[in-house]
Write a protein that binds this ligand. Sequence first.
Ligand SMILES: Nc1ncnc2c1ncn2[C@@H]1O[C@H](COP(=O)(O)OP(=O)(O)OP(=O)(O)O)[C@@H](O)[C@H]1O
Length: 354
Amino acid sequence: MSPRRLDNRSGLSAGLLAEIQTPISTEPVDSLYELTGELGRGKFATVKRCVEKATGKVFAAKFLRKRRRGRDCRAEIIHEMAVLEIARNNARVVNLHAAYETDHEIVLMLEYAAGGEIFDHCVSEELLPEAQITRLIKQTLEGVNYLHQSNLVHLDLKPQNILLTSLSPPGDIKIVDFGLARRLGAVGELREILGTPEYVAPEILNYEPITTATDLWSVGVIAYMLVTGESPFAGDDKQETYLNVSQVSVDYSKEAFSRVSELAVDFIRKLLVKAPEDRPSAAECMSHPWLWQHQFCLSPEPATTHPIRERSCGFKWPVPPKHTEDKENFLNSPISVKRFRFDEETPATGDSDL
Ligand SMILES: Nc1ncnc2c1ncn2[C@@H]1O[C@H](COP(=O)(O)OP(=O)(O)OP(=O)(O)O)[C@@H](O)[C@H]1O
């Protein structure tokens, strides 16, 4: 079965959730919190560090403009809150603590991720060791899997939206920015959302249906950036970037991957494939041997065969062979390119609230 699709009966507003549990208070934020500096800034939001006066607890206050490009976007903000509420019980998603409203803004009081963006680890002189990268990717997949199981797709996963609870040593990940996240549906298809050029999947550029697999492309891009310190599709301008994405033009040279194992290349190759249905699901990715090689002591493999490692979910990933020639054959072989079972995907459900 192919990855689940999105509903799109009314364009961009399709899949927007309208029901929230969190009360929206009209009390002035600065009467309850002390604002202590800016943490980040997006197109329509500013995020500030703040301390709750009553408790001394630190939060990240996301100030979202209600009017954008002359349009009332309150519904989009309510939707972002609703998505955060659905993911409330998942430790990999940032927690929504409270919400406030003024004439022009809604302020989301979010759990504070003190370690900043994993983007900083992609552009740093000193890249993270492989064991740390696999730990962070595994956690990201846990969050993505939870969203997909909850019938949600994030659609804006990038190293700027994966934060850390602490900087050094790197803490646990927290996924943020659910502004583009959408509900999965069975009836129609969503083809309109565009994220940041470097991180968008080919199906978005081609106005093809968006599915859960779109998020898995982004996980591949994030893994590539953490491992190599390079953005795989970034060109000199937007056009070149889009061309690189649509041609899936990726540098897998030995120089780019010199510091990590062959399994890292295998993992990324499985995700950066053009056809969404050929990408593994988040659950399948979690059983890839790259993510477990620093956790388990694996028995040595015979040099001339391609053994299969099985993990608890039963999904099978062939292991790249040790000899260089065999490795090249392995990476180009049909079994390494397409070997995913989608029959464990939940069938698409009809949306009732759209
Ligand atoms: N909970 C948090 N803790 C610490 N920093 C945060 C938190 N949430 C957001 N930030 C910082 O603020 C930045 C912008 O936040 P966010 O991506 O949610 O805003 P946005 O306006 O929706 O962004 P965009 O325009 O890219 O969609 C993040 O990349 C991060 O650096």
